[in-house]
Write a protein that binds this ligand. Sequence first.
Ligand code: XLS
Ligand code: NI
Ligand code: NI
Length: 434
Amino acid sequence: MTDYFKNIPAIRYEGTTSSNEFAFHHYNPDEVVMGKRMEDHLRFAVAYWHSFAYQGGDPFGGQTFERPWFGETMADAKLKADAAFELFDILNAPFFCFHDADVRPEGKTFAESTRNLEEIVDYFALKMQTSKTRLLWGTANLFTNRRFMSGAATNPDPDVFAYSAATVKTCMDATQKLGGANYVLWGGREGYETLLNTDLKREAEQAGRFLQMVVDYKYKIGFKGTILIEPKPQEPSKHQYDYDVATVYGFLRRFGLENEVKVNIEQGHAILAGHSFEHELAMATSMGIFGSIDMNRNDYQSGWDTDQFPNNVPEMALAYYEVLKAGGFVNGGTNFDAKIRRQSLDAEDLVLSHIGGMDTCARALKAAAAMLEDGGLEAARAARYAGWDNPTAQAMLKEGTLDSIAARVLKDNLNPQPKSGRQERLENLVNRFV
Ligand code: XLS
Ligand code: NI
Ligand code: NI
């Protein structure tokens, strides 16, 4: 027990009429939406790195937060774990996510780092015996330490490739031991700063081989979860290889891994790639590689990954619409890859940020479900493509050739007339639900 969150009560659903800020107003875990409890739909996870490891720094200034667990010893790491599980309990959070570097001090050697990780994993396992919180995903931090400055799997130095592979092994072991539902690979430094020193072909081949090893190891240890790649177009490296969902799909196809690996899609990364969040989700579901989401909010002005807590319900509703339309999460969930601002110093801020995130997600989920149940959007979409249900159209798609089609266009004297795309009408329809 720590006294870090003392005086903060367990957060319960009190509904929209309550003015208690330490309560949920929209997130009611037991409320059934489209036949499923809200908690089981949303599968919220607290991100260890933002809530417990982030110290409030930005490029112009260092630490602003003071937390009793900031230190480099195993005792600090355990105190951090105590506080983390206290927050999970306060929020009634079903899941959490972590990187190795968030939870254990770096050792002087690889062996020492691994021992530290194993000790903390055992400590987590003990805590999980009395906590409801499960592991949504584990991952390796292959980007903070200077050894990874030129990449992990794509590093020009084979020893860094080896160190990275060994690190991922320990993190997959940790995830397996804690019963994680997924294992995530975000290619933090997998990219380049300048082509003048970069061999793109080699780096891609290294990355493909690395991912194959991850998949092989998954089968070797009998890990039942999903392997997820998290796309991001820029930051920290100028050109990140896993630019967006479509790029990742191309990479998976190139190495024959499109049936083995799915994607973890982050709102802020979608915005950095010049897409909307729902675009990335729709791309992934259309290609059968949708896995999980990192829910946050990017600043639309800064062009940087600001990782704020989400609060834009109309946008989030369109995102959950894509998730629900695809059948909802299987192993995935809603991870708050979001951090409080560096001026938000207090324990209360950590709690209230999550309450806000969970409430806005709940509002978005309910709006998305109402839109799906209404059916108007899907009916309009189906009507727009109805011509393709015609047998002649289907035959053209399957067997047509340019000359056979040209002959038919001439014979039938085809003269297609444009039809309205009805965008504003559909936007008005959405507006009734958000
Ligand atoms: C960074 C990423 C990172 C991943 C996990 O931008 O979002 O936090 O989610 O490594
Ligand atoms: Ni993320
Ligand atoms: Ni991110």
